[in-house]
Design a protein around this ligand. Structure first.
Ligand code: ATP
Ligand code: MG
Length: 332
């Protein structure tokens, strides 16, 4: 079986709808066809200041949501990034292969550091994409299910894997991004020109999956649309409505063309009311399942312990190979 790997941050506690539709849904699908490794990336989370107690709690919340979304620990390897020290170890090697200019071109760093301000931006945030390179290469992953915003980081991973392989001899599988065209970028409900984001969206712009369904329904009803009243998919001139149609179609399996027909002659109000119901039907059982996992932290921690053990076996082998190729003297 080919390998797949991906990670999600435990920041903010709740996942948002973009995380689910763009990434987690694909995790669930790929566990059927791939030897899949999924992790909660706590080391990535601390590139931006976190409260220690909250971070610890939110890491379990993230794991519970992954299980609630359909990840099955018998079908995939589910673990926490910091439980596998090889990630930080390989990241150092890859840091020493990455050009400063190359890292400076990462647009996500530019966006996040601008938001933080120069004084509060850490070196960790700067090298975050290189840690991500190590995350992927350690597992010899060929597919990396992510949202569109991660495309540039996967390109960097490919470049660095090829650079390492040609300089030191073959050590790494060169991975591909697995991005679903329709849902790779879910937009902020208040500003449909930017992606829905844990760190950048305003509360009204983001659907947090663990929020009270009433709150989410209200946010959908006040989503920014346009001055026309025709329900039509057109990302260029109607980004707000198109975003709602994408969400609706993906959650129900009804095609966008059918939805356009269904709402012909009706306004945005009808579309939003129905979508709010669709969301509720999906979110209510998801929240209940998440809570069940959280009520049993021992089971959850056992799943993570097993996951880390499986992950470490693979990661340690790749790290040893990479260390050897680079010329590090093995310890006796
Ligand atoms: P942050 O803004 O702090 O980076 P985030 O919202 O991007 O947070 P992550 O944990 O960084 O959340 O991302 C987890 C996964 O979700 C990644 O694969 C990412 O590409 C995907 N993703 C994030 N936002 C969206 C979105 N709006 N649409 C589709 N996929 C998304
Ligand atoms: Mg992100």
């Amino acid at each position: 079986r080919p390998r797949a790997l991906s990670g999600i941050q435990p920041t903010a506690g709740s996942f948002h709808l973009g995380n689910y539709l763009g990434a987690v849904r694909q995790y669930v699908a790929l566990q059927e066809t791939h030897d899949a490794f999924y992790m909660v990336v706590d080391l990535h989370a601390i590139t931006i200041p976190q409260d220690p107690q909250e971070l610890r709690a939110n890491t379990r919340v993230a794991v519970a949501q992954l299980l609630a979304a359909g990840l099955d620990p018998d079908r995939c390897t589910l673990f926490v990034q910091s439980h596998v020290p090889e990630h930080a170890q390989l990241a150092w090697v890859m840091n020493c292969l990455t050009g400063f200019g190359e890292a400076s071109r990462m647009t996500q760093f530019k966006d996040k550091s601008t938001k933080q301000g120069a004084d509060r931006t850490t070196v960790g945030l700067f090298t975050y994409p290189v840690l991500q390179v190590a995350d992927i290469l350690l597992y010899q992953a060929s597919q990396v299910p992510v949202g569109e915003d991660q495309r540039q980081h996967i390109e960097l991973t490919r470049d660095l894997a090829e650079r390492f392989n040609s300089r030191f001899g073959h050590a790494f599988t060169v991975p591909s991004a697995h991005i679903v065209k329709e849902t790779g970028k879910i937009y902020d409900l208040q500003d449909p020109s930017i992606k829905m984001s844990k760190s950048a969206s305003t509360p009204k712009g983001i659907i947090s999956l663990l929020d009270e369904p009433k709150v989410s329904a209200k946010k959908i009803k006040s989503a920014v649309t346009d001055l026309e009243t025709v329900v039509r998919f057109d990302e260029e001139s109607k980004p707000g409505v198109s975003n709602l149609l994408t969400i609706y179609a993906t959650l129900t399996g009804v095609s966008i063309a059918e939805l356009e027909r269904k709402y012909e002659g009706k306004g945005y109000g009808a579309l939003k009311t129905d979508l709010a119901d669709v969301m509720l039907d999906w979110v209510a059982p998801f929240r209940a399942r998440t809570q069940e996992y959280l009520d049993d932290p021992e089971t959850l921690d056992n799943i993570l312990a097993k996951g880390a053990e499986k992950a470490r076996t693979v990661a340690a082998e790749t790290l040893a190979l990479a260390y050897d190729k680079v010329g590090l003297l093995p310890a006796k």
